[in-house]
Design a protein around this ligand. Sequence first.
Ligand code: TXA
Ligand code: MG
Length: 341
Amino acid sequence: METRRWTVSEIDEAAQILKEGGLVAFPTETVYGLGANAMISCSVRRVFDVKGRPSDNPLIVHVSSFEQVKDYVTDFHPYAQKLVDMYWPGPLTLVCKVKPDLFAKEVSAGLPTVSFRMPDDEDTLLLLKKAGVPAVGPSANTSGKPSPTTYEHVYHDLHGKIEGILDDGSTKIGVESTVLDISDPEQAPMILRPGAITKEQIKQDLGIEVSYDRHLLKTSEAPKSPGMKYKHYAPDTEVLMVKEQDWPAAITWVKENHLCAGVLAGPAVCDKVRADTAATFSYNGNSVAAATKGLYAGLRALDETQLRLDVILAAAFPEEDLGVAYMNRLKKAASQKYFEG
Ligand code: TXA
Ligand code: MG
C-alpha cells in the first residue's frame, strides 16, 4: 500500500477515508496520532495491528467538540466542565464513565471507561469535523519506539501500512497529553500520565487539587492506566540520564573508556561536549520546554546514526511542573538509569 501525504488543502479526501474506516495519521499539539473511526471494530483492530500494540491498552477517542462527549458520558464529574473550558482544545485527556456499546469494543480494552481529548491543531480539528466521527488516536509510532513529533517520524514507522498522513510540520509540545481520571464523581481527579497540563497548573488556574496515580510516585502499585506499565519510548542504544552537575564527570568517563557517545541536551551542554563525543543532538534552547519538544526527535536521531553509539547521555531535569512529564518519558527510555559519577 502506498501511504499518501496530505496537506490541509487535501483534507476532504483524508476525512472521507477516515470516515470510511481507513487509517489516517494526524498532527496534534503533543505528538502525531494514528487516526481511525472509533465506531468500526476492524479499523480499530488494524490500529493495534500496525502499531504492534498490546490489545489490553485502551485508546483515546479524539473529538472536535465537548458537545459530542456529553452524549457519551454517564456521570459527569463536577469539575468536568471547568476543566474543558480551561484546557480544551489542548493536551488534557479525560477518562470518563460511558454508556455501553458506543464505540468499537477494542477502544476501551475491557475497561468501563473511555478517555476523550480535543486536540489543539486546526487541521486535525477540521479533519475530525469533516469526517463527522470520533477517532481513536494512539501515538502514530511502532509500539516501543519514541512517539512521532514530525511527519517523517510517522512515515518512518508506518509507511506502507496506513492510508495516509496529514502533514503539519513539527508538533509544539513533544510529549503526549496529561491523562486525568475523572470517572468517579466522588473522587478527586487523578493524573494517570503526566503531560503538559500539570498538577501545579490545574491548582493555580482552577483551584482544583488533583492527585497522582500512586504508581507514578514510585510505589510498587500497578498503574491505573494500562499503557503506563509497558517499557515505552526505548531506543535500541542504551540511554543514561545525566544530572546538570554530573556532565564533567560523564565526559571524563566517556574519554577514559574511549566510548562512542551521543549527547541529547540543550546548547549550553552540547557546545561544551561536542569535541569529546561522537554525536550531539541539541534542542532549541536550554529550558525544560525545549527539552520536552526535542526529546523524541533527539532519541530517534541519535538511535539512527550510522555511528553505532555505545551510549546516549541525556540531560535530566528537576521533577517539577513540565519536568514531571519530561522525566517520566526519559526515565522509561533510560530504564531508570542515571550516570553515576
Ligand atoms: O497526546 C496524546 O494523548 C496522543 C495524541 C496523538 O493525542 N495520544 C496518545 O495515545 O498518547 P496513546 O494511545 O499512545 O496513549 C493513551 C494512554 C495510554 O497510556 C492508555 O493506557 C491510556 O491513555 N488510556 C486510554 N484510555 C484509558 C482509560 N479508559 N483508562 C485509563 N487509561 C486510559
Ligand atoms: Mg503511545
